[in-house]
Design a protein around this ligand. Structure first.
Ligand code: MF3
Ligand code: CO
Ligand code: CO
Length: 271
């Protein structure tokens, strides 16, 4: 297993890529409303990345082993869709909740981040699921420091999710990221304190819990990408890219529009 310890130059490149990814979410926020199609959101983000930022949408044509090339520049996962929803003709309607996941490449470095958005007034359960998932991501991130373990992160996330009656998706996890989109290590969103690999200063990875309102089981749709909950329950996800430091962490996917850490009512969730 090769885990890249980033150099100062890598870290600076990752700060830029991370900020740019977050700025795509800032840019798209006012467009995420009833009546818009997910395909329109994809087109807007694509054009912003390519024409305004000069970034490359990392997901467009991305084809890991066993997958057909992903056909869009963002992922849009609505309601019971867990992750990797493909933008298209779907029209957002009042009460929907949607995760938008953006990964850009700038000067060879990847920045990967996602947020939840609510269309109009969502159900009490949908709002609570999004808020708990946001707090779970932050509890995981707050465990990050040189000498902590991957299990410390996973346990913090899993215990909050399950104490709220929700479940953690197992098949997808956070990942090392840098010049490659997905690299070692895998950051599980469940686990036990002290277990798993020890974190080292200079590692960069994502924390991106997928939390279901119902059971943890998932299914893949026939398009080969879209993941949904097996029981059709709602699912939520938030994602940041994080640097391990000697005494803690630095979140790299931050921008002017990032919801505050520790917000009980994430600002973006009301968009
Ligand atoms: N951005 C996703 C992640 O957080 C990966 C999307 S890959 C795609 O790892 F091909 F589905 F776009
Ligand atoms: Co990711
Ligand atoms: Co992502």
């Amino acid at each position: 297993m090769t885990i890249v310890i980033k150099t100062e130059a890598d870290i600076e490149g990752m700060r830029v890529a991370g900020r740019l990814a977050s700025e795509v979410l800032d840019y798209i926020t006012p467009h995420v409303k009833a009546g818009v199609t997910t395909g329109k959101l994809d087109k807007l983000c694509h054009d912003y990345m390519v024409n305004v930022q000069g970034t490359i949408p990392a997901t467009l044509g991305y084809a890991p082993a066993g997958h057909r090339p992903y056909p869009a520049s963002i992922c849009t996962s609505v309601n019971h869709q867990v992750c990797h929803g493909i933008p298209g003709e779907k029209v957002l309607k009042h009460g929907d909740v949607i995760n938008i996941d953006v990964t850009v490449i700038k000067d060879g470095y990847h920045g990967d981040t996602s947020r939840m958005f609510m269309i109009g007034e969502p159900s009490i359960q949908a709002r609570r699921l999004s808020e708990v998932t946001y707090e779970a991501m932050w509890r995981g991130i707050r465990k990050v420091k040189h000498g902590a373990t991957i299990g410390d992160i996973g346990h913090a996330i899993q215990s909050l999710a399950e104490s709220n009656g929700f479940s953690v998706v197992r098949e997808f996890c956070g990942h090392g990221i840098g010049k490659k989109f997905h690299e070692e290590p895998q950051i599980l969103h469940y686990g036990k304190p002290g277990q798993g690999m020890t974190l080292k200063a200079g590692m960069i990875f994502t924390v991106e819990p997928m939390i279901n309102a119902g059971k943890k089981d998932i299914r893949m749709l026939g398009d080969g990408w879209t993941v949904v909950t097996a029981d059709h329950s709602l699912s939520a996800q938030w994602e940041h890219t994080v640097l391990v430091t000697e005494d803690g962490f630095e979140v790299l996917t931050v921008s002017a529009g990032s919801p505050a850490a520790g917000a009980t009512q994430p600002a973006a969730a009301h968009a």
